[in-house]
Design a protein around this ligand. Structure first.
Ligand code: SAH
Length: 359
């Protein structure tokens, strides 16, 4: 018999569980124990971050992608998407508007679009930092060479989001015909070594994904110790090879958010748009089980619909100012406070004050 009470207490007290323990927990957890898990995750978040929720303005600047991920609506093979690419000036305009709305982190996300060369990105980063030296810039542009990552951090990028997507090598390679599992991991390690605040993460409910795979996702995160962790349900998109598959559930995604909070307690965890898409209160629920970041979209309304990674994505008809205040209301109604600061991770902050002691 698995002693779930012991596993929950161990996770809460030690912030550690083995792969076998996580798998047992996921296989056997019931409604009542889930509530205990959620409550412990909330208390853990409060110890590290209090009641604060950080906002990031998200600019989805291009839906052009050279990769062909089986789950993703903007994969290269999807000929039905209308493609767009914002110019550097348009991206700067989004940042101006985001700054006016109070955001002090901009997340620049796109498909893997090599039109944005290292030179173009470096110039863009310089321009944003010249205008707004105090903001943090997060890139989420997929796989590039280490030298490019190096130039981008030198030009002012602070953070980099790149989900590992799944810790199962077999599943990863099935879902990513144009990408290699080892390369993804090598990119994440390189980004970390270069000094970025790194975000990894995964989807929950992928076709063929097992509880043991999800346990590996958490173990991988525990080893990598990322500053940010993005977790969302897989949501099928009809114009992809996985269009007829079942998606992930809200409950499973929330359990994974809560476990991520317990195992990597000092990380920043967004309440993802995918969670908000699955359930009208999905993001608020995530905040109540350990998430502490929300990323309102500041992409121009004219192209939002085209950045359709999955179907029925929320907020596609809204304007940046709608999202700003809608999110603030939601955060407050869930019982938390908006923090408009840069919101660095506790791990990053403590890295900065590490004192080297002489031998
Ligand atoms: N090209 C960038 C950004 C990817 S899009 C990169 O490679 O990092 C951001 C995230 O959306 C992906 O990492 C993936 O986890 C998620 N995503 C894509 N399609 C999805 C789907 N159908 N359902 C849920 N999440 C999806």
């Amino acid at each position: 018999m698995v002693n779930l009470h012991y596993l929950l207490e161990k996770a809460y007290q030690t912030n550690d569980l083995t792969k076998e323990e996580i798998t047992d927990l996921l296989e056997n957890i019931t409604h009542e124990e889930r509530e205990v898990l959620f409550n412990n995750a909330l208390k853990t978040k409060q110890v590290y971050y209090g009641n604060k929720v950080y906002l990031r303005g998200l600019v989805e600047f291009s839906n052009i992608c050279r990769q062909d991920c089986l789950y993703c609506g903007i994969r290269a093979s999807n000929t039905k998407v209308k493609r767009y690419r914002l110019t550097p000036q348009e991206i700067l305009d989004c940042c101006d508007q985001g700054y006016q709305l109070g955001y002090r982190t901009f997340v620049l996300q796109s498909g893997e679009d090599l039109w944005y060369t290292e030179g173009i990105l470096v110039a863009l980063l310089h321009a944003i930092k010249r205008r707004y030296p105090e903001v943090a810039i997060t890139l989420s542009i997929g796989e590039r060479g280490v030298e490019t990552y190096q130039s981008l951090i030198a030009a002012g990028a602070d953070r980099f989001l790149m989900r590992h997507e799944t810790a199962s090598k077999e599943l990863y390679e099935k879902l990513h015909p144009t990408m290699r599992f080892d390369n993804r991991r090598a990119c994440l390690t390189a980004l970390k070594n270069l000094g970025y605040q790194v975000g990894a993460g995964f989807m929950v409910g992928l076709p063929g994904q097992t509880f043991a795979d999800l346990a590996d996702d958490l173990r991988y995160l525990k080893e990598l110790r990322p500053d940010m962790i993005g977790i969302g349900p897989f949501i099928p998109h009809s114009e992809t090879p996985l269009g007829a598959e079942k998606g992930g559930t809200l409950e499973d995604a929330l359990v994974m958010v809560a476990l991520a909070r317990l195992l990597i307690p000092d990380s920043l965890i967004p309440a993802t748009t995918a969670l908000g898409t699955l359930h009208p209160q999905g993001r608020e629920l995530a905040l109540k089980v350990g998430a502490n970041v929300v990323m309102p979209i500041i992409t121009p309304t004219s192209v939002r619909k085209q950045y359709e990674l999955y179907e029925n994505k929320i907020c596609v008809d809204d304007h940046p100012e709608d999202c700003r205040f809608c999110i603030e209301r939601r955060i407050q109604s869930a019982g938390f406070e908006v923090d408009l600061g840069r919101g660095d991770s506790q791990q990053f902050i403590s890295r900065g004050i590490d004192i080297e002691l002489p031998d």
